[in-house]
Design a protein around this ligand. Structure first.
Ligand code: AMP
Length: 249
């Protein structure tokens, strides 16, 4: 079974982001970029499926500018076999990403698509759900455990208040949650090997998908700076503050 893993290039999760002075968006100039952390978990899971003899080939796909090659090479170093870069100068919105991924899936014919539950830049949590609807495939979201056998996947999902176990028929789209696994570090020999693995480039325009934006960003703001806390001497002082300063009591 072929497994396809979409991976997005996003601002590295350790970077403190800055909003552009005109409020038009986040400043990406000279900012460290990396693979979306949830997508690393999806790649790791695909590699484990291959090690278990369930997956036969892992194809990673990124949609974005030429620099997205970096995250594809990182995925190849973790253990993916082949990469496809769908080149687009602008970063398409989730619906356009889902449509482009549908075209790639139609060409590749994977039995399973594993992707992150959300990209940490747009926090949309939409692409997997839209992709499964467009393909007409089963979907399971927020997976914290996946067992694949005999044409089905048993997926444990993280839901409010507990865990839910569902069975989906393959082919399926599964979005992965934080606790599914801990991605391995790529070893130096594997980083070197990844440089020689195939990376195909496809122009987004050639896939016949309308990637035009449907949303208009009106403004982007930094979160308000929180007032520092104060240490109080007694419960009576706290009650006084709640009455006078906060007007709660
Ligand atoms: P989102 O719906 O934007 O929160 O993204 C959910 C998941 O969709 C991500 O974790 C990725 O696996 C995938 N995805 C989103 N955008 C892209 C992209 N530009 N290229 C490849 N995969 C993407």
């Amino acid at each position: 079974m072929k497994v396809m893993v979409p991976v997005k290039r996003v601002v590295d999760h350790n970077v403190k982001i800055r909003v552009k002075s005109d409020g038009s968006g986040v400043d990406l100039a000279h900012v460290k970029m990396a693979m979306n952390p949830f997508d690393e978990i999806a790649v790791e899971e695909a590699v484990r499926l291959k090690e278990a003899g369930i997956a036969t080939e892992i194809v990673v796909v990124s949609i974005g500018p030429a620099q997205a090659q970096d995250v594809l090479r990182s995925a190849l170093a973790i253990g993916a076999d082949r990469a496809i870069l769908v080149k687009s100068d602008t970063m398409p919105e989730p619906l356009a990403v889902a449509k482009l991924l549908r075209e790639v899936a139609a060409r590749e014919g994977p039995g399973l698509i594993l992707l992150g539950k959300q990209a940490i830049d747009d926090d949309a949590n939409q692409t997997g759900q839209m992709l499964s609807a467009l393909l007409g495939w089963s979907q399971a979201t927020f997976a914290s455990h996946i067992a694949v056998a005999d044409g089905v996947a048993d997926v444990t999902r993280e839901v409010d208040g507990g865990l839910q176990l569902i069975r989906v028929v393959l082919p399926a789209v599964i979005s992965v949650d934080l606790r599914l696994n801990e991605p391995r570090y790529a070893s130096l020999p594997n980083i070197m090997k990844a440089k020689k693995k195939p990376l195909e480039e496809v122009d987004a325009d050639s896939l016949g998908v309308d990637v035009g934006p449907r949303l208009t960003v009106l403004t982007t703001e930094e979160p308000k700076v929180r007032e520092p806390g104060v240490r109080l001497g007694s419960a009576a002082e706290l009650v006084g503050k709640l009455k006078e300063a906060a007007g709660i009591l």
